[in-house]
Design a protein around this ligand. Structure first.
Ligand code: 13P
Ligand code: SF4
Length: 302
């Protein structure tokens, strides 16, 4: 029996559902029930109603699944798969900030820990950030955390002043305007699609900034045939698989999130076989952290 067959058998045996982020290895996306961006995965986790969810992504995503599906056992196949940006903000840091900006609305990118989420007002993902920020009354001050790049990019787009936390995704922050210019010089006919976790000056060199799910949808609907992709390399798998007639160039040097690459097929099998590693959150954190996520999901989609 191949490893893939073994996983599918165990999945059936435990009535489990496998969710995978668009950045994990293609082989893992291929055995998953669903691959998607953070927003799509949150919605799936809420609706899935399976006794076991194997979450192939990083810790904050598995925590979000647990918050939205508290009755399910949520497994993160590699407990070391974290997100450095999520660790750049803390619940105590938010409490300190609240002393300085007591009347502000605290909006946290979903890339934050469950503990941090327990102290904020509303969550957003890169797929719904515009909608979430527009739902906050114009006269309200906003503190946005932890991603200063996503915050600046959206603040500029929506003409909204925000107090930004000084965090970022080290993987996307390292992409420079020169990397984009070099890719354009090589492929002048290609459209350049970037993730809004990149710096504003880098985003300014590109044609469109979108979530990973947004990029996948846009490419499918576009009449263009060549694209330069400025986000984590794992997205190339679905882009190529779902659009066989189109050509994709990843930028150089490649954008790789080593945390997303920590999950292997062997670990997915072992997570099902031995129940490794269960996401456990305290009842207090769960009770508070789910509120800003539910608030985000309840907003009418635009
Ligand atoms: P998406 O929600 O766009 O998939 O992004 C998640 C992420 O971690 C990007 O680095
Ligand atoms: Fe975190 Fe960046 Fe990796 Fe996304 S790509 S999981 S933001 S470190």
């Amino acid at each position: 029996m191949t490893l893939q067959e073994e996983i599918l058998k165990l999945k059936e045996q435990y009535n489990a559902v496998i969710l995978a982020h668009n950045y994990v290895d293609g082989a893992i996306q291929d055995i998953a029930d669903f691959s998607g961006d953070s927003l799509e995965l949150s919605i799936r986790a809420k609706n899935v109603k399976a006794p076991v969810i194997v979450f192939c992504g990083v810790r904050f995503m598995a925590e979000t699944a647990k918050l939205l599906s508290p009755e399910s056992t949520v497994l993160l196949p590699n407990p070391d798969a974290g997100c450095p940006m999520a660790d750049m903000a803390s619940a105590s840091g938010v409490c300190e900030m609240r002393k300085r900006y007591p009347d502000a609305v605290y909006c946290a990118y979903v890339n934050s820990t469950a503990e941090t989420k327990s102290q904020i007002d509303i969550c957003c993902t890169s797929g719904n950030v515009e909608n979430v920020l527009n739902s906050i009354p114009a006269e309200k001050e906003i503190v946005f955390l932890p991603d200063r790049n996503l915050g600046s990019n959206m603040g500029a787009k929506l003409n909204r002043k925000m107090t930004l936390w000084d965090g970022c995704c080290p993987v996307h922050d390292a992409v420079t305007p020169d990397h984009i210019r070099a890719a354009r010089a090589l492929h002048p006919d290609a459209e350049v699609l970037i993730h809004p976790e990149c710096r504003p000056e880098t985003v300014a060199e590109c044609d469109k900034a979108m979530s990973t799910g947004g990029i996948l949808r846009y490419v499918k609907e576009s009449e263009k045939t060549e694209f330069i992709i400025a986000t984590e390399y794992g997205i190339m798998h679905r882009l190529q698989k779902e659009n066989p007639g189109k050509t994709f160039y990843h930028i150089d040097p490649p954008i790789i999130c080593h945390d997303m690459k920590k999950i292997t097929l062997e670990q997915v099998r072992d997570s099902l076989k031995y129940g490794k590693t269960e996401v456990v959150l305290s009842a207090d954190v769960m009770q508070e952290a789910v509120k800003p996520i539910e608030k985000m999901i309840a907003l009418p989609a635009k």
